[in-house]
Structures are given as structure tokens and as C-alpha cells.
Design a protein around this ligand. Structure first.
Ligand code: PA5
Length: 393
């Protein structure tokens, strides 16, 4: 992975951030030592894998009930990998959306996983209590804090339970049963993602000031004085599927105390034909962060000939997608837009794990620069408690 900048002279001023970042320590964030404990994570994973494999072998589909940090990353990964035997419910209270998914599930033998750290989020609890009636007990799994009522009740009812460690909050919890179970059910190799995650943390720790995370966090901080919005852009389906989770991480961790940058996901080429117009010629209230994948040299050969390649549609799409990416970056840069390009080496599971670590670490650094606590989400909690209050009235 490497990071580059267009139309920015911020790199000349980066030293001014070193003093504050020299006080930064990963041990100040209790979820990180938990996630970095490889033996601990591998032990939990072997238990989760066993249960998930048994359930996958005896059922047709898995319904995951969860919202926000409890599902966004696993949903993105499964979507990017075209795993269509896992369904997500509990993300809203609109009956039509719920009913549409129910119809798709008709006739399937189901597994059901409830994923919620608190165990009390209304959207999810309502859905879980309803769906529980239609799924055999041995095919249900509860993933929650050990202290939650729902975890305690599930244990009493002999339902399989996996704990979300107390130190690990929603949007940081993918490398716990929260992400392990969905991936294992869908037969994706969780450990490949985890290895990439660990590698990125190690290389960050070795040299924070020369890390991609340091450059990205400082660039955002510089840009935040002139821009309110960060368009987070991708041309690749596997990355596009992760954009909601990346934007959540940035928004929920850093949007507080009247600070932060509003992250807006952009799906190119489609958005180039709609909001792309604004991005080139509208009000300059945003900067752009592209997440791209290194070019495949073979597909970029100058001799590329449409007629020769017509039978190789994959090669054509790769070539055209990469040309669309370069063309839009150039057009936007020529128009004066500030651009950050995070270029991945590949779209492999390991590189995806690195990307997750990259955003988590960058968020922690930026929070340090902005003086906010990245681990809480007071606004979200207010909404949740209002909802409970109004329902009880
Ligand atoms: O990142 C977060 O903390 C939030 O997005 C939560 O994950 C989300 O609100 C769901 O909470 P819970 O897992 O308690 O149901």
C-alpha cells in the first residue's frame, strides 16, 4: 500500500504534527492490545470456526441481525466476495425492506446470528425476537458482551454464545467473533484478513512518522481548515463494498465536539455521471480520497486492441476501469481538486486486512491531532436512549 497527494503542499508542513504525535501511544487504546494478542484471537477463532462450519453444513442460509459497527465490515466483505447465502436484517424499521428479505428466505433452512455489543439496540432486538420463533435453537448464535442480558438469557436457554471482549467497541470489533462468525459461515478465510491487519500494525509501530497513516492523518488535518467534506472514492467493487464501513469509522470516531470532516462514499464510474459534475465544477467544499488498486501492467499494454480482446471481457473491464480511474483523477486534479490516493498492492484478503488497520490507525492519529476521543459516540447513544424512553412512554 502506498499513499500519494495531488495539488497539496501540506507535505512541507508535516513536521509541525510530530510533536503532538510523539505523545501518541497505541497502548492508550485498550481494544488494540486485545486484537493484537494473536494467540487469544486464534483460540477464539477455532471455536467460532467449528460452530460456524457445523451450522453452514446443516442450513441453507444465515441471517445476521445487527447494525452499525456490529455488521458493516463483514457485510461489506461478503458483498464484495459475492457471498449470497448470508442475509443482513435489523438495519432499519421499515417493514417493506424487512418483508422483501423475508420473501427471499422462504423455503430455506436458516441459521440465525444476533450480533450486538450492548444487546439492547432496538432495531436488532425486535428483529431477533421475531426471527427466533422460526429458527431451531441449535442453529442460533448470540454474539454480544458477556454482561448483556441477551447473552445471559441465551446461555440459560442453551443457545451458542460468543463474547465480544469488553475493551472492544462496535466499529473496532471485526477481529472478534463479530467478523469471525459471518466470514467462517461463508467459508472465507478470516485469518488471511487478520494477518494483513497485524502486519500493518507492526509496520506502523516500527516507524510512525514515515507511515502512510501519519501522512493521511496529517493531510486530513491540514485540509480540514478549508474543507468540510471528504469524498471517499473507489472504482473497485471489492473496495466499494467497504466504503460504508470506512465512512462509519471516520464519521462515528471523529465527528464530535463540532469537529471532524463529513465522509461521503462515492461509487465511480456511476457517480461520475451524476454528482461527478458537482465534484468538477461545483462549490469546492470537499477534497477527494481515492482508494485504488495498483495497475495490472499486462492489462495496460499500449497495444490493447478491443477486437482482439473482445472474448476476454474481464481483461477489457480491467483495462477500461483503470483508464476511467486515471482519467477522472487527472480531470479532477486539473480542475484544482485536492486529492489523496491510497493505492493498494492488490485486492487480496491480506491487503484488505491492511486497509482496515490503516483506517483504524489513521483515525486514532487524527483523533489525537483534533483532541477528541475516537472510542465514544455520544450522539448515537442519545438517539438510542431517546428511542427507549419514547417506547416506554
Ligand atoms: O461503532 C459503534 O459503536 C456503533 O456503530 C454500534 O456498533 C451500533 O450502534 C450497534 O450497537 P450494538 O452493537 O450495541 O447493537
Amino acid at each position: 500500500m502506498k499513499i500519494s497527494f495531488l495539488n497539496q503542499s501540506f507535505i512541507d508542513h508535516i513536521d509541525k504534527y510530530k510533536e503532538i504525535i510523539s505523545q501518541f501511544s497505541l497502548s492508550d487504546y485498550p481494544f488494540l492490545p486485545t486484537l493484537k494478542d494473536e494467540q487469544f484471537i486464534r483460540e477464539i477463532y477455532s471455536k467460532v470456526l467449528k460452530t460456524a462450519t457445523e451450522l453452514a453444513n446443516r442450513t441453507d442460509a444465515l441471517v445476521i441481525v445487527g447494525i452499525g459497527g456490529s455488521i458493516l465490515l463483514s457485510r461489506g466483505i461478503l458483498q464484495g466476495q459475492n457471498r449470497d447465502n448470508v442475509y443482513f436484517l435489523g438495519q432499519g424499521l421499515d417493514f417493506d425492506a424487512f418483508n422483501k428479505t423475508l420473501k427471499m428466505l422462504k423455503g430455506k433452512k436458516l441459521s440465525l446470528a444476533f450480533i450486538s455489543k450492548s444487546g439492547t439496540t432496538i432495531e436488532c432486538k425486535l428483529m431477533f425476537e421475531y426471527l427466533k420463533n422460526f429458527v431451531e435453537k441449535e442453529n442460533i448464535v448470540v454474539i454480544s458482551s458477556k454482561n448483556s442480558q441477551i447473552y445471559k438469557d441465551a446461555e440459560k436457554e442453551d443457545i451458542s454464545c460468543f463474547e465480544i471482549p469488553e475493551s472492544v467497541g462496535g466499529r473496532f470489533s471485526f477481529f472478534t467473533p463479530v467478523g469471525m462468525f459471518p466470514l467462517a459461515y461463508a467459508k472465507l478465510d478470516f485469518l488471511k484478513f487478520y494477518n494483513g491487519f497485524l502486519q500493518e500494525i507492526k509496520s506502523f509501530e516500527n516507524d510512525i512518522f514515515n507511515s502512510n497513516e501519519f501522512s493521511y492523518a496529517c493531510a486530513r488535518k491540514e485540509l480540514s481548515s478549508n474543507f468540510q467534506v471528504e469524498s471517499v472514492i473507489s472504482f473497485d467493487y471489492k473496495i466499494q463494498s467497504l466504503l460504508p464501513c470506512i465512512c462509519q469509522l471516520l464519521a462515528e470516531s471523529l465527528g464530535k465536539e463540532n469537529k471532524g470532516i463529513y465522509p461521503s462514499p462515492c461509487y465511480f464510474s456511476e457517480d461520475l455521471h451524476s454528482i461527478g459534475q458537482f465534484m468538477q465544477e461545483g462549490k469546492k467544499c470537499f477534497f477527494e480520497t481515492f482508494i485504488t488498486c495498483a495497475k495490472d501492467e499486462k492489462n495496460n499494454s499500449k497495444n490493447f486492441n478491443f477486437n482482439d480482446e473482445i472474448n476476454n471481457i474481464k481483461s477489457i473491464y480491467k483495462k477500461y476501469n483503470s483508464v476511467a480511474c486515471n482519467s477522472s483523477i487527472k480531470a479532477h486534479a486539473d480542475g484544482g481538486n485536492k486529492i489523496i490516493n491510497i493505492e493498494l498492492d492488490s485486492l487480496s484478503e491480506e491487503e484488505c486486512g491492511r486497509l482496515i488497520a490503516f483506517f483504524i490507525l489513521s483515525v486514532l492519529l487524527y483523533a489525537k491531532l483534533d483532541g477528541v476521543n475516537p472510542l465514544n459516540q455520544g450522539g448515537v447513544e442519545n438517539y438510542k436512549s431517546n428511542m427507549k424512553k419514547f417506547l416506554n412512554e
